[in-house]
Write a protein that binds this ligand. Structure first.
Ligand code: NAD
Ligand code: LMR
Length: 336
């Protein structure tokens, strides 16, 4: 039986993350070995040649699942009929740029892309924003797509989630695959709160394992506050310092994990994704904030009923306050 190919639009496809994403998507790593794909690569005119080069290489790689690649420099055509939109292309902050300038520049990208998704994407469209500031860019895109259910717009915090798994596994001498129920709360920024309070390894509590490993409950708490949380939250900056440019392959891999789980469902506990808040855990409705989420029947659901202690409440509130500020800034600029 032949399966209809899924149309996927990747913006910024001529850039670094785009290059790391395209070949894995075409190989079946995102939607599975049974699902053929058609790729729409969207670039700005200066990036079109790089995207065309990637398209030539995709042809040369002869992926059986790849049923077509087209390169566009116009959002209306690129999002026509698309079922999955991975919004990677964004305006990076450059020297002398104020925060407001960055939000305004990205508003000029994500507003029109949201409108193009609204006008032409398939009914079941799923959007993940990777380009920074990812949460607020997703908010801008969603606000320009009034006919698309808000829960179809998400931003990537799976990279932060995966970074947290990597740090815990290394510290506890465990395999990442045995870890469950870590959460990233809030913004994809240094204010995010990586939370291990509910995490387990093979059924054992991670806080208890950390206390046993690090010499007591107090030492484990200190490690969480002074080492783990800042290491995860500032890992992007660490990668830039060590590599000389921002994370690429790990970001692409996380974007693939996010879409794969959204489409195929989560197993073995929850993951983290920035989704439009329904007011859960005191996060103001409408903000795109990271939560513990499960994917059920093709939709993200915020995990409900978790106990949030005073420390966690304070950390979540700090990151959410930053998201509120960003929302006020883009509102003041007329971007939402
Ligand atoms: P890059 O500069 O290599 O590529 C970005 C590409 O986007 C460029 O080719 C550029 O021409 C294109 N582009 C710019 N404006 C566009 C538009 N309006 N439409 C289509 N394409 C457009 O950057 P990169 O390393 O690929 O990173 C992309 C973004 O992802 C950056 O904003 C980066 O900060 C962000 N990022 C996010 C995460 C995350 O976890 N959320 C992780 C890593 C990087
Ligand atoms: C990352 O998390 O690696 C990216 O968002 C890049 C950055 O500026 O931190």
């Amino acid at each position: 039986m032949s399966v209809k190919p899924v149309t996927i639009t990747i913006t910024g496809a001529g850039g670094q993350i785009g290059y790391a994403l395209l070949f894995r998507i075409a190989s079946g790593a995102m939607l599975g070995a049974e699902t053929p794909v058609r790729l729409h690569l969207l670039e700005i005119p200066q990036g079109v040649r790089a995207a065309e080069g990637a398209a030539l290489e995709l042809q040369d790689a002869a992926f059986p699942l790849l049923h077509g690649v087209e390169v566009f420099d116009d959002p209306a055509s690129a999002f026509q009929g698309t079922e999955i939109a991975m919004l990677v292309g964004a305006r990076p902050r450059t020297a002398g740029m104020e925060r407001g300038d960055l939000l305004a520049a990205n508003g000029g990208i994500f507003g029109p892309q949201g409108a193009a998704i609204n006008a032409g994407a398939a009914d079941g469209i799923r959007v993940v924003v990777v380009g920074n500031p990812a949460n607020t860019n997703a908010l801008i895109a969603a606000s320009h797509a009034p006919d698309v259910p808000a829960d179809r717009f998400t931003a990537l915090t799976r990279l932060d989630h995966n970074r947290a798994l990597g740090q815990l596994a290394a510290t506890l001498g465990a395999q990442v695959g045995s870890l469950r129920d870590v959460t990233i709360w809030g913004n994809h920024s240094a204010t995010q709160f990586p939370d291990v309070s509910h995490a387990t390894i093979d059924g054992e509590s991670v806080p208890a394992l950390l206390a046993a490993r690090l010499g007591g409950v107090d030492t484990a708490k200190e490690w969480l506050v002074d080492t783990f949380i800042p290491r995860v939250a500032k890992r992007g900056a660490e990668i830039i310092e060590v590599r000389g440019s921002s994370s690429v392959a790990s970001a692409a891999s996380a974007a693939i994990d996010h879409v794969r789980d959204w489409v195929h469902g989560t197993e073995n506990g929850w993951t983290s994704a920035a989704v439009v808040s329904d007011g859960s855990y005191g996060v103001p409705e409408g903000l795109v904030s990271s939560f513990p989420v499960e994917s059920v029947d093709g939709a993200w659901r915020i995990v409900q009923g978790l106990e949030v202690d005073a420390f966690a409440e304070h950390r979540i509130a700090a990151s959410v306050a930053e998201l509120v500020e960003e929302r006020e800034a883009v509102r003041a600029l007329g971007l939402i």
